[in-house]
Design a protein around this ligand. Structure first.
Ligand SMILES: [Zn+2]
Length: 278
């Protein structure tokens, strides 16, 4: 499989994708596929979401299997309650494991996280929306953000809000940041109504059948550039989640197939320690 700038890794029966090298020199980024895990159809098989009516214990087994490949001294991941909004939360050591073993009230209604804490994985669950990681290598020993960017969140300015929160909290200069955008539904498959397309005049196109097609990854990259990131520091692994049923869950594909539900893959990103001196 051709994954420019990325590697497909396998361990303990799990398959995931990582960029070659760290993001901005300070963060490890890992994106799961549906390969591996314990869930049964229509969640087969590495479903990482507790909120989609899969058997909770299977999801917990899947989450533990993923955690096992993170390596030593990595904290339990932080999961947020994503609502397609534009709220950003600052998290630290005390948030390790939030919503990881079970749903709870913390981080409700949150679609982006920022942190300066080492080895604290920030999680984004997706099936077609764009998973985003942003690394600022210049502030402190590096600071990190993740965001869940669907069309509603983008229309509300989730990525601009995330960069603004990095600036307010850590003094980040957006021009120093590197961003990674993961697999999301592509314009090949993402037909939308005119009312959705109207939010994205630069990234929605009239299709042959008169329907609109939205390039949501392009829209996310455009919002990051508008927030001050340098376009050459924005990497997009543009595999389509709806086309690539061999690799990914897709809400749109499941809906079109008449499946009652589907699973979620996940982006995990965490700040890694600086290399030892000498
Ligand atoms: Zn597609």
């Amino acid at each position: 499989m051709d994954l420019p700038g990325h590697v497909l890794r396998e361990q303990n029966g799990l398959r995931w994708i990582e960029p070659d090298g760290s993001l901005g020199g300070i963060a490890r980024v890992l994106f799961t596929t549906r390969g591996g895990g314990h869930s049964r159809p229509p969640y087969d098989s590495l479903n990482l979401a507790l909120h989609v009516d899969d058997v909770s214990e299977r999801v917990r087994m899947n989450r533990r299997a993923v955690q096992a490949v993170f390596g030593p001294r990595v904290r339990p991941p932080v999961v947020m309650d994503q609502v397609h909004g534009a709220r950003v939360a600052v998290v630290g050591e005390i948030h390790a494991g939030t919503r990881w073993e079970a749903p709870e009230s913390a981080l409700a209604g949150t679609d982006a996280l920022v942190t300066a804490t080492l080895r604290l994985p920030l999680t984004v669950l997706v099936a077609d929306c764009v998973p985003v990681a942003i690394a600022d290598p210049k502030s402190f020993r590096g600071v990190l953000a993740v965001a869940h960017a669907g069309w509603r969140g983008l229309a509300e300015g989730i990525l601009g809000a995330t960069v603004a929160r990095l600036q307010e909290t850590y003094g980040t200069d957006a021009a120093d940041c590197c961003a990674w955008l993961g697999p999301a539904i592509g314009p090949c498959c993402y037909t939308v109504g005119a009312e959705v397309a109207a939010h994205f005049p630069d990234d929605a196109r009239d299709g042959p059948g008169g329907e609109w097609r939205l390039d949501i990854g392009g829209a996310a990259a455009r919002q990051l550039a508008a927030a001050g990131l340098q376009p050459e520091r924005i990497t997009h692994l543009s595999l389509c989640t709806a086309c690539r049923g061999d690799l990914f869950f897709s809400h749109r594909r499941a809906t079109q197939a008449g499946d009652p539900a589907t699973g979620r893959q996940a982006l995990f990103a965490w700040i890694i320690p600086p290399p030892a001196p000498g």
